[in-house]
Unconditional design. Structure first.
Length: 79
């Protein structure tokens, strides 16, 4: 237990890499807003592909916790 006391949480580690975190959030918002537009645009021919939302969220999650290229593992809290 003692070695985990100084380790930051996963979210705190993700926020130490602002470039990849911001990219992940923007990518998810872009996808979600496009699906929302397709759902509520008033055209019955266009339908949102909500089944793609979960894989998109998982991919975005990977980028959220990825570290920026200019950060070391120690700087990002991985060590």
């Amino acid at each position: 237990m003692a070695e985990n006391e100084n380790k930051p949480s996963a979210i705190a580690a993700g926020l130490k890499s602002p470039k990849t975190t911001a990219g992940a959030i923007l990518a998810f918002l872009s996808f979600a807003l496009l699906q929302a537009q397709a759902q509520w645009d008033g055209d019955p021919e266009t339908v949102a592909q909500w089944a793609l939302l979960i894989p998109a969220a998982l991919a975005v999650g990977a980028f959220f916790f990825a570290r920026d290229a200019n950060k070391t593992s120690a700087e990002s809290g991985a060590e």
